[in-house]
Design a protein. Structure first.
Lengths: 339, 334
């Protein structure tokens, strides 16, 4: 793997991590003395992906802006790795008119059509649409691929089985990427899943499946590269199950009583940013200084994204009536009750 | 006797605890309800009390476990199913809409479905389009299911007890912002006196929360509290508002609605659900059909407009019903 690619992977992981850490901070603003989800510049539930950066970095390195990626309620890392501007993301979280969805979608309903990224708060909601993007690409004669990202819990949802069967039967250019962080809120994969690994389920659909261990960005990069190439060649879907680590709670504020003591401390011992950073330094491909610079630049990018967002205006109240339908007048008429 | 004030989530737990101790056929299924005690803390300590055979964590498989609940109920068990957010109902739409409410009918009365679905509703804390809905209207619209919408902890316990004991399928909607959670603000009026002993509140019996003479304000769940607040704001202006809490949509206390409108002559319906094609329209239609002569002014509805629930706080607050909007609606028809 070329040094430039390695540095890019590391940079992406750091950008994602620093962004999530910043969100965790900003999320707490306005929530003292009374912690209330509906207070502060960022409202509602918040689900952060600290620890899961390698999946986004390793996968999105193979994707262009023409490839579609659908995500879940925990998708900031995919948004950033896919190419969404941090500022647009920060502004959306902060309810600004300059946010990617003009304040309408929020953390669980992020959309950036320019990089074909979207996410949903309903488990499994993105699987069918990823297949749909893949189908459309084929209809239009393009070699574009689509990726459905989801977690271990979602592999037990009906739509997983339905959509994967269709994707396999129709040989759609799609990847199913399962982030196995072991937890579906409080329920472990082991407690809810009838097979040891979701990658085994690929056999039920006659498609290749692979389990990628160790939250390892290089292994993920390789496995994703193979799956993307297969899809682009018209060879159909692949199911990748990627072992990754969720450092924070299911949602911000989650006390995580269900998690074994010290589990997170142990997981952090293999922090992919540390591990991979040290590996590239040891291989003589970079220096600690260079990595520090990348980190400093990323921190600046994150801080500026939020600083800028803070200064920007909220949407007008009545903007709530726009974008219900594509025609603005019709949208306002129906939402406003005139029609 | 001193008041025993209990938050709604605790009242729900008490009802479940009583009923599960009383009747071994009652069991609970759902996501994160076991050790975790439910994401809305509505099942705390039940796992410890009754164990994994009766408090069952499920995978994320709504279609699967609601179907399982139906099958078990048909065999005489009494499952209580947790549908974490009502917005997740799409995953189990067929079981809920086509099967659970219809089996008793389609079987000519042979099969009973004594199950309860507990589900969280409501917005006002910026959880946006797919995590803030009420949409009890969708389920009320389907014949065969009883629809329960408690507004306070006292009613929550009594209605849940009745729901579990009822031989028909009941959907029980609790508003997340009425539970008394430490991380979600709630109106004080949601926390009421809850007797220690079990008790039932019959379905089809609305509560006159506050008597009045000039206008009837009907509230459902959270909007009962908005209505109470509105009544307080109208009082100094010399307007006496009567606040009616429907408690159950199916069966509906039509008599209470008509009696109140007969008394006051004016009606404002406050509903957090989308305004069109739902509960507020149904109430208005009933009054237009059967209470037309009582009305001195048109019926007014204060409800969420026909747009998805926006994330941004200012937009969401613009859309949601509140006391001020209710007051404005009342003043339009005085």
């Amino acid at each position: 793997m070329k040094k430039a690619i390695k540095l890019d992977l590391w940079r992406t992981m750091v950008r994602c991590r620093l962004f999530e850490e910043k969100v965790a901070e900003v999320f707490l603003e306005g929530k003292q003395p009374k912690y209330d989800l509906g207070s502060g510049p960022i409202g509602g539930g918040m689900h952060l992906a600290a620890g899961q950066e390698p999946v986004a970095a390793g996968l999105c390195a193979h994707l262009t802006h023409d490839d579609t990626l659908t995500g879940t309620h925990r998708a900031h890392h995919f948004a950033i790795a896919k190419g969404m501007s941090m500022h647009k993301l920060a502004a959306e979280l902060m309810m600004r008119d300059t946010g990617c969805c003009r304040g309408k979608g929020g953390h669980m309903h992020l959309y950036d059509a320019s990089v074909k990224f979207s996410c949903s708060g309903i488990v499994g909601a993105g699987m069918g649409p990823a297949c749909g993007a893949a189908l459309a690409a084929r209809q239009m004669g393009r070699d574009w691929v689509a990726v459905a990202t989801f977690s271990d819990g979602a592999a037990n949802a009906g739509v997983f089985h339905e959509s994967l069967n269709i994707a396999a039967k129709w040989k759609l250019p799609v990847l199913y990427v399962c982030e196995d962080n072991s937890w579906a809120i409080s329920v472990s994969k082991e407690a809810s899943t009838s097979v040891a690994r979701n990658s085994e389920r690929a056999a039920s659909y006659g498609i290749p499946g692979a389990y990628v261990e160790g939250n390892d960005v290089v292994k993920i990069y390789k496995a994703a590269g193979e799956a993307v190439a297969r899809a682009r060649k018209g060879e159909g879907p692949t199911l990748l199950e990627i072992e990754t680590d969720r450092y924070l709670g299911h949602f911000e504020g989650d006390v995580q009583v269900y998690r074994p003591k010290n589990e997170v401390t142990k997981l952090k011992e293999r922090d992919p940013i540390e591990v991979f950073g040290n590996a590239i330094i040891s291989a003589g491909e970079t220096t600690a200084e260079e990595l520090e610079q990348i980190k400093a630049d990323a921190k600046k990018e994150v801080d500026q994204a939020f600083e800028q967002a803070r200064k920007e205006p909220l949407p007008a109240d009545m903007d709530a009536f726009k974008n219900v339908f594509t025609n603005e007048q019709e949208s306002i008429a129906v939402a406003g009750g005139a029609k | 006797m001193s008041e025993r004030k209990l938050a709604m989530n605790r009242a729900i737990i008490e009802a479940l605890s009583h009923e599960m101790a009383r009747d071994e056929s009652v069991f609970i299924m759902g996501e994160d309800i076991g050790l975790y005690g439910g994401v809305f803390a509505t099942y705390q300590r039940l796992f410890k009390q009754f164990g994994p055979e009766r408090v069952m964590d499920t995978p994320i498989s709504e279609a699967g476990f609601t179907g399982i609940a139906l099958g078990a109920a048909a065999e005489g068990r009494r499952p209580v199913v947790d549908l974490m957010f009502v917005d997740f109902f799409g995953a189990c739409a067929d079981q809920v809409l086509n099967q659970i409410g219809k089996v008793h009918y389609m079987s000519g009365g042979q099969v009973k479905v004594p199950l309860v679905i507990l589900t969280g509703i409501g917005g006002g804390y910026n959880d946006a389009a797919s995590h803030s809905q009420c949409i009890y209207s969708i389920f009320a619209h389907m014949p065969g299911m009883k629809i329960v919408v408690p507004s306070n902890s006292h009613d929550a316990k009594g209605l849940l007890t009745a729901a579990i004991r009822d031989d028909d399928p009941v959907m029980y909607f609790f508003h997340k912002k009425l539970l008394g959670l430490t991380w979600l603000s709630y109106p004080e009026t949601a926390v009421s006196h809850v007797p220690q002993e079990p008790y039932e509140i019959p379905f089809g019996k609305a509560d006159v929360v506050k008597e009045g003479t000039d206008v009837t304000i009907i509230g459902i769940s959270m909007t009962v509290h908005d209505a109470i607040e509105a009544a307080g704001k109208l009082q100094p202006d010399g307007v006496s508002a009567e606040v009616l809490d429907l408690r159950t949509l199916v069966p509906l206390d039509k008599e209470a609605i008509l009696a109140s409108v007969k008394k006051t002559g004016r009606l404002v319906v406050a509903d957090e659900d989308y305004v069109r094609w739902g509960v507020s329209g149904e109430i208005a239609a009933i009054v237009a059909e059967e209470g037309f002569d009582y009305l001195k002014a048109p019926v007014k509805r204060v409800a969420h407009p026909m747009c998805p629930i926006p994330y941004g706080r200012n937009m969401e607050n613009f859309c949601l019903p509140d006391a001020d909007k209710i007051v404005a609606a009342v003043k339009e028809i005085l």
